[in-house]
Design a protein around this ligand. Structure first.
Ligand SMILES: [Zn+2]
Length: 316
């Protein structure tokens, strides 16, 4: 019996975090990745370009080509030309293509997408094989890339839509210093409240388009505020969603856990931190945000506030 005649293995579960940057998703993904059977891979949409192209640093501190996880994954994909993978991705994974991606049935009419999905299905399979995990946590966040993962053969997509109060999000985008997602010494540009919140609206709308295509048992809403209020209970809800509710928890109490080294690629610089972590919300925006900024964010996100359980007034 050749390997191809073997009965097909169970699908790789991909827990995809949908949402906006600065919504606490990096720390959330690292926490979930500490559970038995879960592997937090970081922002996989950046794998080919720029991460593999530049042999960028994994969160373990080693370049991809030396990381004990990613080097083995890349060996299994060494026949994939980097330039082609990057080109297919640039052509396919754009927000403009979201509707088309959500409608696509593997009928061969979109060769770049067929090529790209064939390669990416191998990436997730290799990650599962190398790490032994049954769930790969993908922090790519973008709805358009989630629509691609939905098409991957051998993968079962689960989505956690992470949101954060749009006023807090606007404050973070306007005031916090953040390094580049690739570990370069370069700051991500700040955005004003209008710009930041329009983007919040667009990504929320697009995330909902992806979620509508998934059955109830494959999706959940996940508010940052609920996660920081009850981290362990929220993590338990997430592991239950992917059918791994019995996974041993890394928490030592309701909000404290020890983070080991991880192997995430790209993403917020906080991915490099390890050691004891007490999850809590500093909530700096509540006292430091200007009234004008807060009103702009409230007005622009108004259609979504009630739907996501955020109050109209935040005490200013
Ligand atoms: Zn690594």
């Amino acid at each position: 019996m050749s390997p191809n005649d073997q009965p097909s293995a169970s699908p790789v579960k991909v827990l995809y975090v949908l949402g906006r940057g600065r919504s606490g998703s990096t720390i959330f993904a690292n926490v979930i990745g500490e559970h038995e059977g879960f592997f937090s891979a970081g922002e996989i949409r950046y794998l080919w370009d720029p991460v593999a192209r530049n042999d960028a640093a994994c969160a373990c501190g080693l370049p991809m080509s030396s990381c004990p996880v990613w080097s083995k994954v890349l060996v299994r994909l060494k026949d994939v030309p980097l330039d082609d993978a990057g080109r297919w991705q640039r052509e396919v994974v754009t927000e403009r293509n979201l509707r088309k991606l959500l409608r696509y049935k593997h009928d061969g009419s979109w060769p770049s997408l067929e090529n790209f999905t064939a390669v990416m299905a191998r990436v997730y399979a290799a990650l599962a094989e190398v790490t032994g995990a049954s769930v790969i946590v993908d922090l790519s966040k973008r709805p358009s890339y989630a629509a691609v993962v939905r098409l991957l053969e051998g993968c079962a997509l689960y989505c956690a839509q992470m949101t954060r109060d749009p006023r807090a999000s606007a404050y973070s985008w306007g005031h916090s210093r953040h390094g580049s997602v690739f570990g370069e010494d370069k700051e991500v540009p700040r955005r004003n409240a209008l710009d930041a919140t329009v983007r919040w609206d667009v990504l929320t709308m697009e995330a909902e388009m992806v979620l509508r295509r998934l059955p109830e048992a494959r999706k959940m809403r996940l508010r940052y505020e609920d996660f920081v209020a009850a981290p362990r209970a929220t993590a338990d809800r997430v592991t239950a969603l992917v059918g791994e509710g019995g996974a041993s928890s890394p928490f030592v109490d309701e909000r404290t856990l020890n983070l080991g080294p991880n192997h995430t690629i790209a993403g917020n610089p906080s991915r490099f931190s390890s050691g004891e972590l007490v999850i809590q919300d500093r909530g700096e925006w509540r006292t430091s945000q200007s009234k004008m900024e807060r009103r702009i964010a409230t007005l622009v996100a108004l259609p979504y506030l009630r739907r996501y359980g955020y109050p109209l007034r935040t005490g200013d």
